[in-house]
Design a protein around this ligand. Structure first.
Ligand code: UTP
Length: 299
């Protein structure tokens, strides 16, 4: 990668079946973490890494996402007339700061297929992919996607985010393996990175090549589109981004970055509840009340 991050793709066209019935009409990426839609937190992460253009991959009934990042004249006018300046700024800020382009994925044929839908909007640039239901709370470190950009720029290679997971969970993820770069052999610490030699999507139990799960942040070269266009449906009959990344890995063009920060899987019900609690505990106006309630219920 030879330029700063400008564009990111946020795939948000999945069916979100784990959140039915809510996701019958509301995309799961719009479900709030305390009071802010998950996708807005992800867009804010992209902005803090310097991105200026966000391509959201939409599916059926995802108009709510487009509306969220657009101006809302009626609401803004009412807030402004009622003198609610703080709320006015809150609503206005996100539509002012970023250009959001929406692309439709006509059928949810997999994450790889969703990324391929962004081909014309991205053109010939390197770009970020940020999954619409994966939150990274950088917890004082640089934004999650920015940590990947640093490694992609230093190595000239595509980068994926890695997180060690317990062995009994590795069948739920894409898993990456390869030698540690720029450090001692052995355990990969926060900030470390590996040269990815192997990528497997949802390996059957007991066959994972490592404990390093790929989680929802990627920095990719434009060549990935040609690879995706030739990728056949894989696990679950879907066009898998992991299979296209395996091609980059085979060419020696992929690194895996053990990022610093905390990841929440907001696409999973338990992960979503945990994210709400973690983010609420960081809000001074909510912290004490929530703690008192938690102490009460765990008694
Ligand atoms: P998931 O597999 O978590 O999303 O995809 P899902 O299929 O919507 O979830 P469940 O399992 O039915 O509850 C990860 C991300 O990729 C997007 C999803 O919107 C989510 O943000 N995605 C997935 C697409 O955009 N298109 C697809 O075809 C599949």
């Amino acid at each position: 990668m030879n330029h700063p991050l400008r564009k990111v793709v946020i795939p948000a066209a999945g069916l979100g079946t784990r959140f039915l019935p809510a996701t019958k009409s509301v995309p799961k990426e719009m479900l709030p973490i305390v009071d802010t839609p998950t996708i807005q937190l992800i867009v804010e992460e992209a902005l803090s890494a310097g991105a200026t253009e966000v391509v959201v991959i939409n599916g059926r009934g995802k108009g709510a996402i487009e509306d969220h990042f657009d101006r809302s004249y009626e609401l803004e006018d009412t807030l402004s007339r009622k003198g609610k300046q703080e709320l006015f700024q809150l609503v206005r800020r996100i539509s002012d700061e970023v250009r959001v382009v929406s692309v439709r994925q006509k059928e949810p044929l997999g994450l790889g297929h969703a990324v391929l839908a962004a081909r014309h909007a991205i053109g010939n640039d390197w770009f970020g992919v940020m999954l619409g239901d994966d939150l990274i709370d950088a917890d004082g470190h640089e934004a999650g996607i920015a940590q990947l950009v640093n490694v992609a720029r230093a190595t000239g290679k595509a980068a994926v985010a890695l997180l060690p997971v317990p062995e009994e969970q590795s069948h739920l993820y894409g898993v990456a393996a390869g030698p540690l770069l720029g450090g001692d052999a052995g355990k990969i610490g926060a900030g470390g990175h590996i040269s990815v030699e192997k990528m497997v999507e949802k390996p059957p139990r007991g066959t994972a090549p490592s404990n390093l799960a790929v989680i929802g942040r990627y920095v990719l070269p434009p060549e990935i589109f040609e690879i995706l266009a030739q990728t056949k449906p894989g696990a679950g009959g879907e066009i898998q981004l992991t299979d296209a990344l395996a091609v980059l890995a085979a060419r020696g063009q992929l690194v895996g970055v053990r990022f610093s920060g905390v990841r929440h899987d907001a696409g999973d019900r338990l992960g979503y509840l945990q994210a709400n609690i973690a983010y609420a505990l960081k809000r001074p106006e909510l912290r004490e009340g929530l703690l008192a309630y938690l102490r009460e219920v765990v008694k």
